[in-house]
Design a protein around this ligand. Structure first.
Ligand code: C5P
Length: 398
């Protein structure tokens, strides 16, 4: 199941240039399964029309408190009924001031007064408006009233100035909403993960690597962070952006990866080895580019350390999770790896099902046996793996 499946969200869009980004936010929310109801202020409708939001959300868009489409003339009650959250993005200085006063002279502010769900505002305004003492007072009061304030970012503004006041990007708002709704199963835990391939240098421009995309490791790191863990992601070279809310340490070779893992390990409750670590590296990388010659070239390869096995062998080792990507006989090889490396848990998959793709089919192996998870996106599988790990951890403080 997607993270926001079954969630009813009211998105308030007020009159700022960033309203165009709200359209992208609706798309992200709907794609993840949310039922989104857009309330567009009169000023918001000057920037983006209701048609855009209706097409993206698949729901009617509301502006008027007296809209005759709502049979009972109670749009302010009907829209918040069953809502899991109201998010105002962009939230102008004006709507923030009116929320502070508890005004109810348009649909959006009335909804906010009549709600019994969390309210989040994502401010967007010129930096002088943001820094004005009136806005500072209003933001402090809104926070004291229990309203969550996400952002703003600092940077280039539509008015040409540079400073604080930019609305958070749609992806960042989406990520915060998902994190908001994710149970904090790993609160108080530290998780260290490896992800991606390693790159073993042959000479200054060449090396040995593999086709691991890093997607599973990154999805798992993000799922751990969403579940409330402190996360250190030790990543080999990938083209992936660092997810919000965690520390990424970028490395190239297996030896660098091992050093980074051991540096991050103190205090870790969980270690998850997702990286496709090269089993061998050249005995010595050539200092200079190896020149072409007519004869055969022999590379001497030496074994790399097994990072996961080394971590698992530590006295006081964290809860260690391994991955087994196999081309056949998954049960035999995955369970064999679990026993050989003395791991409490291994996640197995067949290479044809998941290498480099966005979804996968996996089986979790632990002391209780095998637990297959049906084909799903790596994000959904990652959430399932986190739930499984959390269920096997000794309760905090014991
Ligand atoms: O032994 P094998 O490479 O098949 O085991 C895979 C598991 O071990 C993965 O979790 C991988 O991240 C980890 N591993 C490691 N260091 C290595 C090789 C594998 O941490 N050198």
């Amino acid at each position: 199941m997607n993270s926001l499946a079954g969630r009813k969200l009211v998105l308030g869009v007020t009159g700022g240039v960033a309203a165009y980004k709200a359209a992208e936010l609706v798309r992200l929310l709907v794609k993840d399964g949310a039922d989104v109801h857009v309330v567009l202020s009169v000023a918001g409708a000057r920037f983006v029309t209701a048609v855009t939001f209706q097409a993206l959300s698949g729901n009617p868009v509301w502006t008027d408190l007296w809209d005759p489409r709502m049979g009972n003339n109670m749009a302010h009650i009907d829209l918040t009924r069953g809502a899991d959250a109201i998010l105002i993005a962009p939230a102008t200085a004006d709507v923030i001031a009116r929320l502070v006063q508890g005004r109810a002279d348009d649909l959006l502010t009335t909804l906010c007064l009549a709600r019994d769900c969390p309210l989040v505002v994502a401010p967007a305004m010129n930096r002088q408006m943001w820094e004005h003492p009136a806005t500072r007072r209003n933001i402090a009061q809104l926070g004291a009233d229990g309203v969550a304030i996400w952002g703003p970012d600092a940077g280039e503004q539509a008015c040409g100035e540079v400073g604080p006041g930019r609305m958070l990007e749609p992806e960042a708002l989406f990520e915060r909403l998902v994190a908001h709704f994710t149970p904090k199963r790993l609160a108080g835990r530290k998780v260290v993960l490896t992800a991606g391939p390693t790159f073993e240098a042959v000479d200054p421009v060449r090396g040995i690597t593999n086709t691991s995309s890093g997607k599973m490791g990154y999805a798992l790191a993000l799922a751990c962070a969403r579940a409330g863990a402190e996360v250190v992601l030790v990543s080999g070279p990938t083209g992936l952006a660092a997810p919000d809310g965690l520390v990424r340490v970028s490395v190239k070779s297996a030896l660098e990866m091992r050093d980074a893992v051991f540096a991050a390990l103190p205090g870790a409750d969980v270690f998850i080895g997702v990286a496709a670590v090269a089993d061998y590296r050249p005995a010595a990388a050539s200092e200079h580019k190896i020149k072409k010659s007519g004869s055969a070239l022999t590379l001497e390869l030496v074994p790399n350390p097994d990072i996961l096995a080394e971590v698992a062998a530590q006295p006081d080792a964290p809860f260690c999770v391994g991955f087994a990507a196999e081309s056949r006989e998954l049960d035999t090889y995955a369970e064999g790896k679990r026993r050989a490396k003395r791991l409490p848990m291994v996640i197995g998959n067949l290479i044809r099902d998941g290498l480099g793709t966005d979804d996968n089919v996996i089986v979790i192996y632990d002391d209780a046996g095998r637990h297959p998870l049906e084909r799903a996106s790596k994000a959904v599988l990652a959430a399932g793996i986190v739930t499984h790990i959390a269920g096997l951890l000794t309760p905090c403080g014991k």
